[in-house]
Design a protein around this ligand. Structure first.
Ligand code: NI
Length: 173
């Protein structure tokens, strides 16, 4: 396994839609292992393949340290419900956070690393946020595209006093 270099904005790869994974072979297994190792090294809660230079529709997520990493091949959101504002960060835009509007309930589908289809749902938590953030990445979208106040805040800067959405040290992925 290897820690991969994380692609930084404005790398054009972050702006391109990724390609569907057609065959889950040994090279995909290696990419998955390297992405999980990279996510851990970067202390991220998720990582999309195009963030490590690989233009495939593949992401990993691990909302809490004690969770098992979730492998999300050909990740697609199938349903979103509700709205909330959350603080968010991105490993491809290090040192900043911003407030974005996300769904409360998220339902997604993907293939696991053996190719088995599964559904995943999350509500009002970091997983729900990560599923939307990673799906955005795979579609060439960055969270900075939908900042509610158009502002990026340096990490460590206090949130606006009226900001109800929690700590500025929000998870990045
Ligand atoms: Ni990100």
């Amino acid at each position: 396994m290897a820690v991969l270099q994380v692609t930084r904005s404005p790398d054009p790869l972050l702006r391109r839609r990724t390609r569907w994974v057609k065959r889950i072979d040994a090279s995909i297994q290696k990419i998955i292992d390297d992405m999980i190792e990279t996510m851990h090294a970067e202390r991220g809660v998720g990582l999309a393949a195009n963030q490590v230079g690989i233009p495939l529709r593949l992401a990993v997520a691990q909302p809490e340290e004690d969770d098992e990493p979730i492998v999300l091949i050909n990740l697609e959101i199938v349903r979103r419900k509700g709205e909330r504002e959350v603080n968010e960060g991105c490993l491809s835009i290090p040192g900043y956070r911003g407030t974005v509007r996300r769904s409360v309930k998220v339902r997604a589908k993907a293939l696991d690393r053996t190719g088995r289809p599964f559904k995943i749902k999350a509500e009002g938590d970091v997983l729900a946020q990560a599923l939307e953030h990673e799906t955005d990445h795979l579609n060439g979208v960055l969270y900075t595209d939908h900042l509610v106040d158009g502002q990026l805040r340096p990490v460590g800067a206090p949130s606006a006093s009226e900001d109800p959405v929690g700590p500025a040290e929000a998870a990045a992925s």
